[in-house]
Every structure is written in structure tokens, then in C-alpha cells.
Design a protein around this ligand. Structure first.
Ligand SMILES: *Cc1c(COP(=O)(O)O)cnc(C)c1O
Length: 236
């Protein structure tokens, strides 16, 4: 089997898992978007998936992402990695979405640096839902105030929440954490009805089913599409 056909087979298998979980959850067909997380993988793999119809790609490292974006400006690029404040300008200029907004200062810089002619940058608040000391993100208690402040900023549209929960192999445990994210989003929706808060970015290769059962609208899948990475993700 050629490398490309193995890639397309894994991609198809992930799409099937998503469709099954959507059905099992009793949710509408097409209500969960697949973000293909291409970090550390060559642009040729992105080209092959784009040809197969995949539109949205996630990247964690700016230096690595920029040449890929230059090759495929027609795709929808999502920044999902940790953000240093000196990197916000190129992120604001080259991405359509940012999932990893973890402090107000980052949102302010993205707002200021987003070229207005590109339209609003779509952003998600990263929530440290498992309350791990080592992880970035707003605590669940901080989310409301942050959302209210970020809602005021020009050139950004706050769309919802993102989380990278503590790794667990137990589906019940996975679901319990994702359910907390859903409740938090519902609280924000009730308090800020003027915002289009329609997005829950949660679920990766090992827990996409649990995330979809609890309301994920974007799942971020790397390994199960592209294969194992030869160097680890700094976000994990
Ligand atoms: C790497 C990464 C993913 C993809 O993880 P896999 O387990 O390889 O599917 C998803 N989200 C974030 C934030 C990541 O850094």
C-alpha cells in the first residue's frame, strides 16, 4: 500500500468513527467538524488530504505552520498551540481560528494585530478543565469574566471553548470532564446571548467518541490520521 493510500484509509476510518459517535449521541449528521492536526507532518500529507476534501487543519508551532499555509492559503488554518505574546502578530495575520487563547493579554494583542480586511479572527478560550498545575488555560471560574472582557474586543469573534483534558483511558472519566466543558459553555451562552457561542473544541485521537457524546463540535485529530509523531507535542 502506498503512503498516500494508507493516509487516506486512516482519514476515512476517523470520519467513520466520528459519524458513528454522532449517530450514537443522537446528534445531527454533520454537526461535528474534523480538524486535522498536522503538526510535525510534511505538507505533502496536507496536500493529499486537501485533495480528498479536508478543509480545516490545526498547527501548534508557528515556524512550522507558516510555510504550510503559504503552500495552501485556500485551506482553513487553526492555531492550537501555546502562544507566546511575541508571536501573536503572525498568528493574527495567517490563521482563521485560534483555539488556545489562555490569557486576556493574548486576546488583546490578537485583536489589535488582526488585519481588519481579513475579517474577524474566530477564537476559543482554552480552559484548564482538569485543573492541572502544568497546563495552560483559564480556570473554569475565570472563564465568565474573560469571556465578557474578550467580547468587547474588535476584530475577534468569541465562538466558545477548547480543552485538553488530563489523559484518561476510562471513557466514563473522559465523559465526565467533557460534560463539565459543556456545562461551562451553557453558562456562558446564558450570560452572553449576543455572542455566537456555538463551539466546543474537544476530543483527540484517544477520546473523540466521549467528546462527541458530550457535545463537541470540533474534534482535533492528529495521530489517528497522520500516524504517530516522531517528536512530541509541546502542548501535551
Ligand atoms: C497534538 C494535538 C492534538 C492531536 O492529538 P492526537 O492525540 O495526536 O490526535 C489535538 N489538540 C492539540 C491542542 C494538540 O496539541
Amino acid at each position: 500500500m502506498s503512503e498516500d493510500s494508507a493516509l487516506l484509509e486512516r482519514y476515512q476510518a476517523v470520519q467513520t468513527r466520528i459519524a458513528r459517535a454522532v449517530e450514537q449521541a443522537g446528534r445531527k449528521e454533520g454537526s461535528v467538524a474534523l480538524l486535522a492536526v498536522s503538526k510535525t507532518k510534511p505538507v505533502e500529507m496536507i496536500s493529499a488530504l486537501a485533495k480528498a476534501g479536508q478543509k480545516a487543519f490545526g498547527e501548534n508551532y508557528l515556524q512550522e505552520a507558516l510555510p504550510k499555509i503559504a503552500r495552501h492559503p485556500e485551506l482553513e488554518w487553526h492555531f492550537i498551540g501555546p502562544i507566546q505574546s511575541n508571536k501573536t502578530k503572525p498568528i493574527a495575520e495567517h490563521f482563521a481560528w485560534v483555539h488556545s487563547v489562555d490569557r486576556l493579554k493574548i486576546a488583546e494583542r490578537l485583536s489589535h494585530q488582526r488585519p481588519p480586511e481579513l475579517g474577524n479572527l474566530q477564537i476559543l478560550l482554552e480552559i484548564n478543565i482538569s485543573q492541572e498545575a502544568s497546563k495552560a488555560g483559564f480556570s473554569p471560574e475565570e472563564a465568565m469574566k474573560a469571556a465578557q472582557q474578550i467580547a468587547q474586543l474588535p476584530n475577534l469573534t468569541l465562538r466558545g471553548l477548547m480543552a485538553i483534558p488530563e489523559i484518561s483511558a476510562d471513557p466514563q472519566q473522559q465523559r465526565a470532564v467533557f460534560a463539565k466543558m459543556k456545562t461551562l459553555l451553557q453558562q456562558l451562552q446564558a450570560a452572553l446571548p449576543e455572542l455566537p457561542l456555538d463551539t466546543l473544541s474537544m476530543g483527540m485521537s484517544g477520546d473523540l467518541e466521549a467528546a462527541i457524546l458530550e457535545g463537541a463540535t470540533i474534534v482535533r485529530i492528529g495521530t489517528d490520521i497522520f500516524g504517530a509523531r516522531s517528536y512530541p507535542a509541546t502542548a501535551l
